[in-house]
Design a protein around this ligand. Structure first.
Ligand code: ZN
Length: 490
């Protein structure tokens, strides 16, 4: 099977053949959330986009190290290095320790990610755990002459960097235009130029999250953590970096500048960005009053929706659009996604009931290749889904006796649906999952009741054998005075 994956690189602005630097190893870094509130619909899209990429790369046989950070310090309310730290602000409003805010919303984020069936990253580093490394990189950039220190803060010198390298290459912005279209610095700003960004900020007296450094008691700038943690866990050169499109400028542009200024070369081979979700055609925002958290969606408590939607309906809704297209959320769209998902699972149920015939009247091998071709073309999940729905028409025609399928082709067709729907698109049928859970629970209870009878008869050989066999498959049995308890080993 030919599996050449092409992926759109934001940097070159074209689809490129995916060739990892140290194949079969793939290093992938994704900018994770700043954890100061519950995850919302906008968080679901990068999570699912990069989960699809992670799952597909693994399916293709790559050994992927997926690093997704948690921002727990340095992300200020205003992106221009001003205002309160987002975590600190939430801590003040809720009267919590900043790290209590971080823990609470990191837990909530993980719970939502689990509900959406995204695989956990291989490493999930936090900015606050890498303060020393961030100071070291700031120091290196200073030493290389691309930063300056003022009053205990260290700023990146964009103009100086741009003389040697190209600031703006990722976003396509030109520094001169940026400067012409920006108001002049007000007298209070200590930066040489409004686009210079903080590598280290001296903490104001009211700022409670701060660390000692040679420059001041302070904290790192937001962009620095990603250059530092990607390098630390993936090396000075790695394959994929990305996140939502809103991070292209300034965050990822600054990440490139920092890495080049510190190491003398770029780090990232493929920059991958997903587009945004709009709600009824509008940008989502707290100030616009159209903000929906994932918990509200899953519980039906949002004032925009009359009912709850399952995490799998949301996942399917997101996968129905190509990750680089805008995606508009509306009641009609999510209702349609819910129905589409059910149709897909109904088709799979029918597939599982089909009996093979002597010969096939359908071509399953070319169907498989079409599915791969869709994903190989820059992860085109909507085209893949349209093929899977075409496949359901074939399944129904076999079920109705209008077509036939051989045993080998039937096995292949089941494998295709299993691989693409469950393993790669990461969908799961919660209904059948809960039915099979019930069956499993009842089966284990039935076996353990037989063991209980054996013990009463003093047939310890059988009772021990049952216990050991269950233990071998990961079911731990605990004997109680009047019966038993069991659990699946974690
Ligand atoms: Zn980042």
């Amino acid at each position: 099977m030919q599996n050449k994956l092409f992926i759109y690189n934001t940097l070159s602005r074209k689809k490129e053949l995916f060739e990892p630097i140290n194949s079969p190893f793939v290093g992938m870094y994704v900018c994770g959330p700043t954890v100061y509130g519950d995850a919302h619909l906008g968080h679901a899209r990068p999570a699912i986009t990069f989960d699809l990429l992670f799952r597909y790369l693994k399916h293709l046989g790559y050994n992927v190290r997926y690093v997704r950070n948690i921002t727990d310090v340095g992300h200020l309310v205003n992106d221009a290095d001003q205002g309160e730290d987002k975590i600190q602000k939430k801590a003040r409003l809720e009267q919590l320790e900043p790290m209590e805010v971080v823990q609470r919303y990191a837990n909530s984020f993980h719970n939502n990610m689990n509900q959406l069936n995204t695989l956990p990253p291989s490493i999930e580093p936090r900015a606050s755990g890498h303060i020393i490394e961030q100071q070291q990189m700031a120091e290196q950039i200073l030493k290389n002459g691309f930063a300056y220190e003022v009053n205990g803060s260290v700023y990146f010198d964009i103009e100086k960097y741009n003389k040697k390298y190209n600031y703006g290459k990722l976003s396509g912005r030109v520094l001169e235009d940026l400067l012409n279209n920006t108001r002049a610095l007000d007298g209070q700003d200590e930066k040489k130029n409004p686009f210079d960004f903080a590598l280290w900020k001296k903490a104001d007296p009211e700022h409670i999250m701060h660390w000692p450094s040679k420059w001041s008691e302070g904290y790192p700038g937001w962009h620095l953590e990603c250059s530092v943690m990607s390098t630390k866990y993936l090396g000075e050169k790695f394959d994929i970096d990305g996140g939502g499109m809103d991070l292209i400028f300034p965050h990822h542009e600054c990440e490139i500048a920092q890495s080049v200024a510190a190491n003398g070369h770029e780090s990232v081979k493929y920059w991958v960005h997903n587009n945004m979700i709009t709600i009824n055609g509008q940008k989502m925002g707290k100030s616009l009053g159209n903000f929906i958290t994932l918990n509200e969606l899953f519980s039906g408590s949002s004032k925009f929706l009359e009912k709850k939607f399952s995490p799998m309906a949301i996942r399917f809704f997101i996968l129905q659009a190509h990750y680089r297209s805008t995606l508009n959320f509306s009641k009609d769209a999510i209702n349609a996604a819910e129905k589409g998902l059910q149709k897909l699972f109904n088709g799979i149920d029918t597939l599982n009931k089909i009996k093979p015939a002597e010969k096939s009247s359908v071509d399953i091998k070319s169907f498989e290749q079409k599915c791969y071709n869709a994903l190989n073309d820059d992860l085109n999940s909507p085209i893949l889904l349209s093929y899977l729905f075409d496949g359901i028409k074939i399944i129904n025609s076999i079920d109705a006796g209008k077509n036939t399928i051989s045993n080998d082709d039937l096995i292949l067709l089941k494998k295709i649906y299993n691989d693409f729907v469950f393993d790669i698109l990461g969908l799961k049928n919660e209904e059948t999952d809960s039915v099979s859970n019930d069956i499993l629970n009842n089966a284990v209870d039935a076996i353990l009741n037989i063991r209980l009878d054996a013990k009463k008869r003093k047939d310890f050989e059988l009772s021990d054998k049952i216990r050991d066999e269950l233990d071998r498959i990961g079911i731990v049995v605990k004997d109680k005075k009047d019966g038993f308890e069991w659990e699946v080993r974690k």
